[in-house]
Design a protein around this ligand. Structure first.
Ligand SMILES: Cc1cc2nc3c(=O)[nH]c(=O)nc-3n(C[C@H](O)[C@H](O)[C@H](O)COP(=O)(O)OP(=O)(O)OC[C@H]3O[C@@H](n4cnc5c(N)ncnc54)[C@H](O)[C@@H]3O)c2cc1C
Length: 410
């Protein structure tokens, strides 16, 4: 049975946020934190999310290693006046301004005046056997499954596929937490290929110090029940294959007939409004803004949070009949944990290009732990202190020289 969740009262503005991750949570908190009490009385904010949990994805490798719980209570992260609908949006009907939501009980129709598209990303692989036999690190179920298998002592040889930051953090965390297991990290190219040579060398050495076997230039052609087969035909036996090699975005925008790029990301303008549907805004991994304002922005929580804040700023401007400003987001550089006692913090210019300075070792680990806390605390503070989560201004157009990093993380 299909039911309407909100009556479309003329005097009530319905803002529907699809996705309760970093971008969606930030957008809701910045918006409600910024509205006056009179404005709040006229605005109804609803978040649609598949579960009542907020997945702190940047700690999923710790969750997988059994040393942290990355699933937090969604309600504890968001403004008290947000209505949460537990379900999955299956389609956006732009003509009727309605979202179809599949919940455990029924299919619902949710009317919106404004919609924020913030559905994020998930692990993905086209490699045969990966979906069936490898366990993805990119979602909470995968991370929980990895933790369970280690707890059940089923794993002696584990392989992490993917030499990017998520693969590095996962391999390091598993090696440190489970010292009796042999951890191999398979990187298709060089380790953390986008980083400086000095960074790559340092991270490789730090992983090896933890006992991780690092194999670079190894392409996995197939995942089997007993390990992996490389492009060269070599079979490598493992008890567990962890997939950290690719991310994809949900196809909700494409399925709903909205404009998307070749990877399925919603196309938005410089204020984060969908290029064909101005009442839809987008933020986070699942959207693509013009290169002029976003070529330097990788997919990542450190991008999703300021984008969520900027989407709220655009929405506020629209609700108040003001002119929305183009986004200007500067970054501080990637931070990578290497177990609990080591890390690699790359200092960067606002356009994310590296400065020749990095903080490593225990101080690096401490900074990364602080980043993880701040990624939760500051957006939560936005409920009462809009602007609590601050980033530097973005690079000036002349400084922007990196090309868009389509489906890579961080
Ligand atoms: C192990 C690991 C470590 C990482 N470390 C870092 C790091 O140190 N720094 C960094 O910047 N990035 C890091 N990342 C990447 C970061 O987690 C993502 O880029 C970030 O989560 C993107 O935020 P988001 O809000 O766009 O999406 P998400 O956090 O993915 O949230 C999207 C939400 O939308 C929900 N959703 C999806 N489809 C629907 C639907 N149809 N209806 C309703 N809801 C839906 C999802 O369930 C989810 O709750 C890491 C990733 C991993 C896997």
């Amino acid at each position: 049975m299909t039911r309407y969740l909100l009556s479309d009262r003329d005097d009530l503005v319905s803002v529907v946020i699809v996705g309760g991750g970093y971008a969606g949570m930030m957008a809701s908190n910045r918006l409600l934190g910024s509205l006056t009490s009179e404005e709040r009385a006229r605005v109804r904010v609803t978040i649609i999310n598949p579960t009542d949990r907020f997945v702190h994805r940047i700690r999923l490798h710790e969750h997988a290693a059994g040393i942290a719980d990355a699933a937090l209570e969604l309600r504890s992260m968001i403004h008290a006046e947000v209505t949460v609908v537990i379900g999955r949006a299956t389609s956006i009907d732009t003509a009727r301004q309605i979202v179809l939501v599949d919940t455990a009980a029924a299919e619902h129709l949710l009317a919106y005046d404004w919609l924020v598209y913030a559905v994020g990303s998930r692990s993905a692989s086209q490699v045969p056997g990966a979906a069936r036999y490898a366990v993805p690190i990119g979602d909470i179920d995968g991370a929980s499954d990895i933790a369970r298998r280690f707890a059940a002592k089923q794993v002696r040889r584990v392989c992490v596929v993917g030499g990017g930051p998520a693969g590095v953090e996962t391999a390091a965390e598993l090696a440190e937490a489970h010292q009796s297991a042999r951890v191999t990290l398979l990187a298709g190219q060089e380790l953390v290929a986008g980083m400086r040579v000095a960074a790559r060398r340092s991270i490789r050495r730090r992983l090896q110090r933890l006992g991780v076997v690092v194999e670079e230039g190894v392409h996995v052609a197939e995942v089997t029940p007993h390990g992996v087969k490389t492009v060269g035909g070599t079979r490598l036996p493992f008890d567990l294959v962890v997939w950290a090699a690719g991310f994809e975005v949900p196809d909700l925008a494409a399925r709903s007939g909205l404009p998307v790029d070749q990877t399925g990301r919603l196309l938005v303008d410089e204020t984060l409004a969908c290029i064909t549907e101005p009442r839809i805004l987008g933020a986070g991994d699942a959207v693509r803004a013009p290169d002029a304002v976003s070529a330097h922005l990788p997919m990542g929580a450190r991008t999703a949070l300021p984008l969520g804040g900027a989407a709220a700023d655009t929405l506020l401007a629209r609700l108040r009949h003001e002119v929305a400003q183009p986004i200007s987001i500067g970054l501080l550089g990637p931070s990578i944990s290497i177990g609990r006692h080591d890390g690699y913090i790359q200092l960067a210019r606002p356009d994310d290009s590296p400065r020749p300075i990095a903080v490593t070792g225990r101080l690096g680990a401490a900074i990364k732990a602080w980043v993880c806390r701040m990624t939760i605390d500051r957006p939560r503070d936005e409920r009462t202190r809009p602007g609590a989560y601050r980033v530097p201004d973005g690079p000036k157009p002349a400084q922007r020289h990196r090309s868009s990093t389509a489906a890579t993380h961080r």
